[in-house]
Design a protein around this ligand. Structure first.
Ligand code: NDP
Length: 248
């Protein structure tokens, strides 16, 4: 088991990619804070993890709310005494065109996707710095690299911000033994993408060399690697999990 005795906080872990990440962490022996804006899904996921002999703590937390984020981290510390891993996974999608994008719609996406990653990192790094160890993984997106194919500019820009935040955090936290990396998924089969128009999906599929969309579990395996000892010399990096739709 790669994560025995580790304590992890994963945001947006009630369903989708976040849920696959906490399941993979539990399998690898970690104890997990299952954080989500939806208390019910957090609770249900935590119950599933307990059947895997994982100490799972569900917490209702909106990552865009600094008070809830601080409470989430303080509760995690109270229960588990430390935080080894933070995964900033919570995110929301938007495909609104710039012509019709309101200021509220811009802020809504930025506040969750980018400000949320900042708030959670700031709250958790306080404890990681004291421990002089930690691993942070931010979930970016292919959209950050290409400006969005179906995604709106607010979503793409928020994820580009997440990639840059990853690099800034990596530089500032390296002296404390904290690694910060990002994963940039392509199109992954979750509730976020399931209602995309058929023609959009067909066109995307034609551009993917591996000729299929990804699974949440495939993203989770990359996150497991990045938070494991095997990735101790990797920081400030973004790993694509995109079936080859974009290659550097
Ligand atoms: P889902 O919509 O399936 O799941 C997102 C989860 O985050 C839900 O449980 C949701 O809660 C929760 N959430 C939403 N807003 C907040 C918030 N403010 N605070 C805390 N939790 C919140 O998305 P995915 O699993 O597909 O996406 C996970 C991450 O991966 C996101 O950051 C997304 O941008 C990124 N990503 C996804 C891709 C894909 O193709 N699916 C591609 C590239 C990146 P609720 O159930 O209440 O909505």
């Amino acid at each position: 088991m790669k994560l025995r005795d580790k304590v992890a906080i994963v945001t947006g872990a009630g369903r989708g990619i976040g849920k696959a990440i906490v399941v993979a962490f539990a399998r690898e022996g970690a104890d997990v804070v299952v954080a989500d804006i939806d208390a019910q899904s957090a609770k249900e996921t935590a119950n599933e993890l307990r059947t895997m002999r994982c100490e799972a703590l569900p917490i209702k937390a909106d990552v865009s709310d600094s008070t809830e984020v601080i409470e989430m981290v303080e509760t995690a510390i109270k229960v588990f005494k430390k935080i080894d891993i933070l995964v900033n996974n919570a995110g929301i999608f938007s495909s609104v065109s710039l012509d019709s994008m309101t200021e509220d719609e811009w802020d809504r996406v930025m506040n969750v996707n980018l400000k949320g990653a900042f708030l959670c990192s700031q709250a958790a790094m306080k404890y990681m710095k004291k421990q002089r160890s930690g691993k942070i993984v931010n979930i970016g997106s292919l959209a950050a690299e290409v400006g969005g194919i179906f995604a709106g500019a607010n979503y793409a820009a928020s994820k580009a911000g997440v990639i840059c935040l990853t690099k800034s955090l990596a530089k500032q936290l390296a002296p404390y033994g904290i690694n910060v990396n990002a994963v940039a998924p392509g199109v992954i089969e979750t509730d976020m993408t399931k209602n995309w128009p058929k023609e959009v999906k067909e066109s995307l599929l034609k551009q993917i060399p591996l000729n299929r969309f990804g699974t949440p579990e495939e993203v989770a395996e990359t996150v497991v690697f990045l938070v494991s000892d095997g990735a101790n010399y990797i920081t400030g990096a973004t790993i694509d999990v995109n079936g080859g739709i974009r290659m550097d």
